[in-house]
Ligand binder design. Sequence first.
Ligand SMILES: [Zn+2]
Length: 229
Amino acid sequence: MSPNLDLDLSLRFPSLRPPLPPQYSQPPTSTLPSQITNEESEAITRPNNETSNNQQQQRRRRRTRADMTRIEPPYPWSTDRRAVVHELKYLQVNNIMTIKGEVICKKCEMKYEMEYDLMNKVNEITRFFEEEIDSMHDRAPSCWTNPNLPNCSLCNEEKCVMPVTSQEDTKINWLFLFLGQFLGCLKLRQLKYFCTQTNIHRTGAKNRLLYLSYRTLFRQLQPFTNTQQ
Ligand SMILES: [Zn+2]
């Protein structure tokens, strides 16, 4: 990634406009360079030679590139691409305004469903970005690395409700985790999976990967024109 790209991304990120109603006009063509760092996607599968060494190298490469085969979208707000959610415009047009996810209480151990109003949460997170972006320095703040857990609506205990995340990577409820600001509850392996599938350079500390994951989901919801993912 060039220094210019990094700078540009940092500057553009907090200035995203608040969500607009479905009728909103197309945003102006952005000069934002592609957010994709292709360093990893440039890896080319080489012919499989005799040695198991080569086979191991191939497997490693495959794990660091997005899998572009289509999947059955696991939620109405998911696309048929791994770790990619629909943009706000699509969700609004299709009246998908409530985002649900499964949670479990650490105290009473009950599993149940929580839901978020899409626009309320997007607006809340947009405001948070705008206020905090300067102090983030491309790293997730502590409220993302150690998520503020909600209170349990069943046993009324405080800060004890965790999201239930699917063990199958293709079924992780990314939008719910984003809206609840629960991404920090994921394992590092799952964050790396997200970064791989969305072509983010996936090396770095967890707070760096978390920051990039929030930024990427934000952009999936409100893409600039011509961002090539
Ligand atoms: Zn409970």
